[in-house]
Write a protein that binds this ligand. Structure first.
Ligand code: ASP
Length: 322
């Protein structure tokens, strides 16, 4: 019995070693949990293009959108742990643990961290002809017109949802939210005037703000950002302690062999040093994380801290989804 077990174990170790040595020998898919054309999609495509160069195999993006970005990671958690199916998700992976009653997977135990990617500021923006002129006016207007104003987001668990939830809690106004499968399509409707305002990453809003297609009110970071030095922070507009940045990470299914994870982390680190990625990130108001953060250990530690940080805040806001 013991001999049989040892033989099976040895075979498993040998096949894992072969898999790792040979890896990658075909296309790798990175799942984006939102629609194409949005901020998560943009970041992932830039990183995937660069990882393709390092890994010598094509890294493609698959959009598995829906349920505030929770369907994509759940699908990857249930995929074969062979390094050919990955997911790139943001802060929502930590908030969804508290927001969803039945999330269906656990990001800390069902996924294998590869590394952090970037931290992106958010901006409050509105359709061009939305009446408020600045963030203070926006807050007053929203409070006075609670039933009429519409807030676009990418569903419960999205970064745009989190930002809106923090605003609603701070100003004690319950807004009418309009959920999309990503802020790419939400942006199209905002520009078209079908919804009033939203809060979204600079990786989606920068070209639209620069092109004068939307009205910009504020940034969600502690200090003003280089990309929009004239845009005040939300805190400057009077909401104390309002601060949120959207960190992103990359994961594989739990059980992916360590040598494969190490290859992926090295390719991620190379992507984040790639001048093409750095310059495109800069154009979109962000930058790669330092190299020592693009590691499995740093992402595991960060995810744990974020799950613990957001749980009481979400509980206090009283927001839940099934
Ligand atoms: N990142 C966006 C959000 O969480 C969604 C998207 O990438 O489309 O709101």
């Amino acid at each position: 019995m013991i001999r049989k077990f040892l033989a099976a174990f040895a075979a498993l170790v040998a096949s894992t070693a072969v898999l790792a040595q040979d890896y990658p020998n075909r296309t790798i898919t990175v799942v984006v949990p939102f629609s194409a054309g949005g901020p998560t999609d943009t970041v992932t495509r830039l990183v995937a293009q660069s990882m393709t160069k390092t890994l010598g195999q094509t890294v493609i993006v698959e959009n598995v959108a829906g349920a505030g970005g929770t369907i994509g990671p759940k699908k990857v958690a249930a995929s074969k742990p062979d390094g050919y199916t990955l997911v790139l998700m943001h802060i929502g992976i930590s908030t969804s643990v508290s927001l969803y009653r039945n999330l269906g997977y656990n990001p800390q135990t069902d996924l294998e961290p590869i590394g952090l990617v970037t931290d992106v500021p958010m901006t409050f923006i509105a359709r061009k002809d939305f009446p408020p002129k600045d963030m203070k006016e926006l807050i007053a207007y929203v409070k006075a017109n609670k039933d009429k104003v519409t807030y676009a987001n990418a569903g419960v668990g999205a970064a745009s949802h989190l930002c809106g939830m923090l605003l609603m809690t701070a100003i004690q106004a319950d807004l009418t939210t309009v959920p999309y499968k990503g802020t790419g399509p939400a942006m199209t409707d905002l520009i078209g005037g079908q919804v009033d305002f939203m809060c979204d990453q600079t990786t989606n809003t920068t070209p639209q703000i620069r092109g004068g297609k939307v009205k910009a009110y504020s940034v969600t970071t502690k200090s003003r950002i280089k990309t929009f030095p004239d845009l005040p922070t939300v805190q400057e507009s009077g909401i104390k302690d309002f601060q949120v940045g959207i960190w992103h990470g990359m994961w594989a299914p739990k059980g992916t062999p360590k040598p494969v994870i190490d290859k992926l982390a090295a390719a991620l680190q190379a992507a984040l040093k790639d001048p093409a990625v750095i310059s495109k990130f800069a154009d979109l108001g962000t930058e790669p994380v330092p190299q020592d953060q693009a590691t499995p250990a740093a992402l595991a530690k960060h995810l744990k801290a974020e799950v613990e940080k957001w749980a009481p805040i979400i509980k206090k806001a009283g927001v839940y989804a099934d």
